[in-house]
Design a protein around this ligand. Sequence first.
Ligand SMILES: C[S@@+](CC[C@H](N)C(=O)[O-])C[C@H]1O[C@@H](n2cnc3c(N)ncnc32)[C@H](O)[C@@H]1O
Ligand SMILES: O=C(O)C(=O)C[C@]1(C(=O)O)C=C[C@@H](O)C=C1
Length: 243
Amino acid sequence: MSSGKDAIYSVPQQVEDFRFDKSVAEVFPDMIQRSVPGYNTIIDTIGQLAGRYQQPDSHYYDLGCSLGAATLSMRRFISAPNSKIIAIDNSEAMLERCRSHLNAFTFDTPVELKLGDIRHSEITNAAVVVMNFTLQFIQPDERDAVIQAIYNGLKPGGILILSEKMRHEQKECDELVIDLHHEFKRRNGYSELEISQKRTAIENVMKINSFGQHQARLKQAGFNNIVHWFQCFNFGSIVAIKD
Ligand SMILES: C[S@@+](CC[C@H](N)C(=O)[O-])C[C@H]1O[C@@H](n2cnc3c(N)ncnc32)[C@H](O)[C@@H]1O
Ligand SMILES: O=C(O)C(=O)C[C@]1(C(=O)O)C=C[C@@H](O)C=C1
């Protein structure tokens, strides 16, 4: 399995809408490391949270699993009897690589990998649901239904871990966090051309919300306990606990 360096936007091109195709799947570990500040901390904390909120006879969902980083992290921490991780993604290229990542390690907790759309996936009997930078790729008017289905599928005491790129509601602050993020990318070796072409590629397919919008959606779905546990520049993560 070769995991290469992300050079997708390094040459001038007619930029198309960003898709999780084979070329992205091949470089995804490098792309996400160099693009998302705090990614390793978030992945590690997802595992810890899964360990903390595990319940016997439960499901653990990784929605938009890509190469399975959050699944692998959860699997390290789950020991409750009769647990199952269900990892879903609608990109065949991602899922194929995810399968070989998961098979490289052996653990007791079984993982079911599903090629499917999370907008139409049933969530049942869940102790933990992870959406790590995935809701942002769902059309804004479809997000309420996805969050409601997650809330309905969680057991009492279960949690949703929702990580997203977030917009700041105040213009000046939003510009500041965007600039800091671009500087993070530059320091990770991306050129101005790569940064600007990637920005164009994601602008139609990734309509980001503010923390306030996420919080309102979570409350409307029924969550009363919401903690904004991580934020670095415009990347944040939330834990919502079902009563
Ligand atoms: C930024 S990546 C997620 C990263 C991953 N969760 C991680 O922690 O490494 C977003 C993933 O969501 C998937 N995705 C986007 N929309 C989806 C949908 N409607 N149904 C299922 N998967 C979706 C993409 O194929 C992609 O693999
Ligand atoms: O590169 C960016 O600017 C991003 O927004 C990062 C981001 C993400 O947030 O999911 C966008 C697409 C890729 O999946 C990897 C990372």
